[in-house]
Write a protein that binds this ligand. Sequence first.
Ligand code: VTB
Length: 315
Amino acid sequence: MQSLLLDFLKVTESAAIAALPWVGSGNKIAADDAATSAMRDQLNEMNMHGTIVMGEGEIDEAPMLYIGENLGKGGETEVDIAVDPIEGTTPTVNGQDNAITVIAAAPKGTLLHAPDMYMEKIAVGPKAKGEIDIEAPLLENIKAVAKATGKDITELNVLIQDRPRHKEYIDTIRKSGAKAHLFNDGDVIYATATCIENKNIDMFLGVGGAPEGVLGAVAVKSLGGEMQARLLPRNEEEVNRCKEMGLADPRGVLTHNQLVDSEDCIFAATGITDNLLLNGIKMNNGDCTTHSILINGKDKQLRYIESQYNTKQAI
Ligand code: VTB
């Protein structure tokens, strides 16, 4: 896995560069197509047997990077891959903050294989690892995180997506005295931020996309935190899709190890627009600068990487 680290960085950088012309364009399909093709081309250059386990929908609805798609030139390394060529298509085409390109990888058989649907998630940084329980009432989790971090509840910062479906959570957080910080889009970066000490974020929670859940779980695991989740199939058909992908209990709790069952994992994300952890791509006379994070689960190393590209040259 480790020999592929820089290759994965190149995958997200090239997808972000491909998305750049579509920032502010209003054209979600073109933006997604551009980033997806760039990602796919780069993945196919890599020396690995890669399989998409969380991606751009299923084979009949997504032409590229669909769940089950095989990628790479072959070789000895067999890799599970979760992708979101544009995490935040709406902010990308509206020219707003919080859009990234993102990928996560781990040895074959170690990433959750599930359909694209909603997922309930909770994540904390290393200090509160082992102290949360997605099945417990939110107030108990808040108290447990306060105890584990040595903070008063009023000092806790909780990140949650600004959606009507989260009203009860937001009310509970604020009634407890903790602070609920609302964001519009892009929950992978916000889950990751719980593990970055100087961001002063104590907890992330809410209902968002399942692929974003697995992507966030790899980052959080690689940085020593904890995430738990639960898929939310909305009907019998979604339950059956989960079962067909091998999930015996589609509505059951997913522990961190069920989301990602290896420390030997890799996470790479490149900013399309600015966000809590990264600047977006900056253009200057045909040159562009990308800003990325690359996280290596094996040595728990987080790297911030700035790269320069001449957009007239092929990446
Ligand atoms: C979620 C979240 C993503 O879109 O999927 C969200 O996980 C969609 O939520 O990070 P809604 O259906 O309520 O719009 C993102 O924010 C961006 O892709």
